[in-house]
Design a protein around this ligand. Structure first.
Ligand SMILES: [Zn+2]
Length: 170
């Protein structure tokens, strides 16, 4: 019976570890964005996302898998597809969205980013919505890279990604 305190201590330890592990993927507002693994593919174009770290976009939905994209354009295509819904299941609620901003290569909230279209900087899938962290940076990028327009998140319409694919920036 002398082993009991030890084993109950060990059980407590394991319980604490389990609690820690369970807490780990918590989707608090301040948590760091997840990183794509070597096998994560973009659900829109099928490309391996980790090969393009400077273009990664990330979507977290409630009670669903994290999706990784090889650029903001494919993220938007996916978002519009989600909003359109389909089948009998309701569209999942969006928890958090990140894009990788051009100058600092940090992950920023997609809803607060500025996007330049029509520039001479191409992403893995051609013309992009190039994410910038601030309006100043977006204006600088627009001037330096012959961009056409600066869009905010809500300015991106359902036909915007397709227009980019067709090299239209109106
Ligand atoms: Zn893609």
């Amino acid at each position: 019976m002398r082993t009991l305190p030890f084993s109950s201590g060990r059980r407590r330890f394991l319980a604490a570890v389990a609690a820690l592990v369970l807490r780990q993927p918590a989707r608090g507002a301040s948590g760091a964005p997840p990183t794509p693994g070597p096998r994560d593919v973009c659900p829109v174009c099928g490309m391996l996302v980790a090969k393009y770290p400077s273009w990664v976009a990330i979507l977290e939905v409630e009670d669903g898998p994290v999706r990784f994209f090889d650029g903001a354009k494919d993220l938007f295509k996916y978002l519009f597809q989600l909003r359109k819904g389909g089948g009998s299941r309701p569209a999942p609620r969006i928890a958090r969205i990140w894009v990788t901003e051009y100058y600092g290569l940090t992950r920023v909230d997609a809803r607060s980013a500025f996007y330049v279209v029509g520039s001479d900087v191409l992403g893995p899938m051609g013309h992009e919505l190039v994410p910038l962290a601030s309006r100043d940076e977006a204006e600088e990028f627009l001037a330096d890279h012959k961009g056409r327009r600066i869009l905010r998140f809500d300015d991106v319409k359902v036909d915007t990604p397709g227009k980019l694919d067709a090299k239209r920036f109106d």
